[in-house]
Design a binder for this molecule. Structure first.
Ligand code: FNR
Length: 184
């Protein structure tokens, strides 16, 4: 079993990105365990390291113990939501102790619009590369999310999308296995 931290860039209850993550969890349940670290963190402030917030320490602990990370990002104004950038900034510190370094990472996203978070993902990938993370190039998951794509039981209702998401998970599993294990 590979353990994956899924970082969902949306705090709202009905998030389609959270729903997508849960549907993936169901599709991959025989090979992956998913955890969902809480990203409701204070805004990044260097001064807070004097007495680090428990939520930040919990996030860094979670990231240290997983085999891989999936970012499930909404697109906000052609970029990533502040929730995700804030989590990345916290994870990148203290200097020299970035939680992202050497981690196999995949970026996915869902949007009701046709562009499917492509613009946000381009920016997110370039941020993660600065952390020496192993960001998977392909497959890319830009999911235009029509109503009903994932049903109340977290089943993907469209055959083509379901097959694609299964293939995506298999490829991310291979990516994790191929990457050198740094600091674990
Ligand atoms: C959006 N949305 C959006 N969608 C998109 O495809 N491109 C964009 O640039 C934006 N910009 C944007 C800005 C802000 C502030 C909000 C609140 C929304 C729509 C967005 O994709 C939609 O609300 C998704 O449902 C958000 O993802 P979650 O919360 O459902 O996971």
């Amino acid at each position: 079993m590979r353990k994956i931290a899924v970082l969902v860039g949306s705090l709202r209850r009905a998030s389609i990105n959270r729903t997508l993550a849960h549907a993936l969890e169901k599709l991959g349940k025989d090979e992956f365990t998913f955890i969902y670290p809480d990203l409701n963190l204070p805004l990044y402030n260097d001064d807070l390291w004097e007495n680090p917030p428990a939520s930040v320490l919990a996030l860094k602990r979670d990231l240290a113990e997983v085999d891989g990370i999936i970012f499930a990002t909404p697109e906000f104004n052609r970029s990533i939501p502040a929730v995700l950038k804030n989590a990345i900034d916290w994870g990148s510190r203290p200097y020299g102790e970035s939680s992202w370094t050497g981690k196999p990472i995949s970026v996915i996203g869902a949007s009701p619009g046709r562009i499917g978070t492509a613009a946000a993902q381009v920016g997110l990938r370039s941020v993660l590369v600065t952390q020496n993370a192993f960001v998977m190039g392909q497959p890319e998951v830009y999911l235009a999310f029509p109503e009903g794509l994932i049903d109340g039981d977290l089943a993907v209702t469209d055959d083509t999308t379901r097959d694609f998401l299964k293939e995506y998970l298999a490829r991310f599993g291979e990516w994790i296995d191929k990457m050198p294990k740094l600091g674990k």
